[in-house]
Design a protein around this ligand. Structure first.
Ligand code: AMP
Ligand code: MG
Length: 420
């Protein structure tokens, strides 16, 4: 990070500076998110959701030769100047076979994907033809080029088909395979160390003593990270003590590309993440103008970035979606946009008392009879309620300080934008 931005970071850590706009925080985070340096080669069928570290180039044209787009008859259009002409069927070419040059006045029975024989300039679809014995009558007009996929019409030899920085989805793997790539160069997986702070936390499977709750954040975090293809190093539950927090941060810093902590980032005397980061390294920002998710610690310990999220499970989900995920995608090597794309819908609710911070509200989309999307929000704003996240299918974005009435346009981020 440059001196300028480090200086800006210190200003942001200053309480007097006020909460930071989401865009400013994101810009700061992404500026510190260089792709991991190491690359490896993986089998193409193991490369789903990995990020290409180099472009993929096709060694050959695709298609490799002129081939038939349909089942039918390859012919010379000059031989069928008007519909109803009859041609002798001199050969049969199925996919995987090759034919011979087409003699004038003859046709070749041909199937989809089979090479068009030299001399033929079109394929008549079988539905337009009647074959009896060795003869075929062509009943429709055929123009030169009909139903022929030309050599190289999709991809030229030497052409780049996938660019570095692409996160590989099924269609990318298919295209890589189509140009013959058995292995792909990818960035190594990003390793994330996670821990959950809180003296009240107990793992499912253990009995709960009074005052204790189950550690759900560990499961949420782990699954969110695995969804985007990270390796997870779980440092478990960390007690609300400075020394324990320091030890967890130190372990994470030596083993991971990112440390992700939940809880303990407010300024209460039980909140040790922020002071522990300050003691070990540097804290770059810690208050965001978003709701939920206002306290958020971002800093570095021994060169390893650390993000401390609020412990409330919904706040954790939102901080992950809006900040951690984009940061990790960049570290994974993803080029291009790493932010979720909202869509516009119509508010199916009133929002008369807006917050000073931008709010991300658990929401669902319903299609009206016209097909227009209408956004509904969950009845409670509490960021402790996990059931609200299960009810929701996305997040409505309420701009800072802006009241909304039913029918107003509102942005909606579907979970499909976040959980992939
Ligand atoms: P904190 O950010 O540590 O002040 O925690 C805020 C709220 O989130 C408290 O009600 C905590 O009990 C709860 N919380 C913190 N960590 C977890 C966790 N790992 N699983 C579930 N709830 C948590
Ligand atoms: Mg706590």
């Amino acid at each position: 990070m440059s001196q300028d931005s480090a200086q800006r970071g210190n200003d942001c850590a200053d309480r007097a500076a006020g909460p930071l706009a989401l865009e400013t925080a994101l810009a700061q985070l992404l500026a510190a998110a260089a792709p991991v340096a190491e690359r490896e080669s993986v089998l193409t069928d193991q490369a789903l959701r990995r990020v290409l570290a180099a472009s993929v180039v096709s060694p050959t044209p695709i298609p490799g030769w002129d081939n038939s787009a349909m089942d039918g008859y390859a012919l010379r259009t000059a031989d069928v100047a008007e519909p109803g002409r009859r041609l002798q069927v001199g050969q049969r070419i199925s996919a995987g076979a090759t034919g011979v040059a087409l003699a004038p006045g003859t046709a070749a029975r041909i199937f989809t994907g089979a090479p068009v024989p030299p001399g033929a300039d079109a394929v008549a679809v079988q539905e337009a033809c009647e074959q009896s014995g060795d003869w075929v009558q062509v009943n429709a007009a055929v123009r030169a080029g009909d139903n022929i996929r030309r050599a190289g019409e999709e991809i030229a030899a030497g052409q780049e088909v996938l660019s570095a920085g692409t996160r590989l989805a099924p269609q990318h793997l298919a295209l890589a395979a189509a140009v013959g790539a058995a292995e792909l160069p990818v960035y190594r997986r990003v390793r994330v160390a996670i821990f959950s702070t809180g003296d009240e936390l107990v793992m499912p499977g253990q009995p709960l003593a009074p005052g204790q709750i189950y550690n759900s954040n560990r499961f949420q975090l782990r699954a969110l990270l695995e969804t985007i293809g990270c390796e997870v190093l779980d440092l478990g539950i960390v007690a609300d003590r400075r020394q324990d927090t320091i030890e967890a941060l130190t372990r994470g810093a030596s083993a991971a590309d990112l440390i992700l902590a939940s809880g303990g980032v407010s300024v209460g005397e039980e909140d040790h993440v922020k002071p522990a980061i300050e003691q070990l390294g540097r804290l770059e920002l810690w208050r965001l103008a978003i709701r939920p998710g206002k306290p958020l610690a971002f800093g570095h310990v021994g060169g390893t970035p650390v993000i401390g999220s609020p412990g409330n499970p919904v706040a954790l989900f939102i901080v992950f979606s809006l900040l951690v995920r984009p940061f990790i995608l960049r570290r994974q090597g993803v080029c291009g946009d790493v932010m979720p794309s909202p869509i516009w819908g119509e508010a199916g609710f009133d929002w008369p008392r807006p917050d000073k911070r931008r709010e991300f509200v658990r929401a669902r989309l319903e299609r009206q009879p016209s097909g227009a999307p209408r956004v509904h929000v969950y009845s409670s704003r509490s960021s402790a309620m996990l059931s609200s996240l299960v009810w929701a299918e996305g997040l409505a974005v309420i701009p800072e300080g802006q009241a909304l009435a039913a029918g107003d346009p509102v942005q909606y981020i579907p979970f499909s934008e976040l959980l992939a």
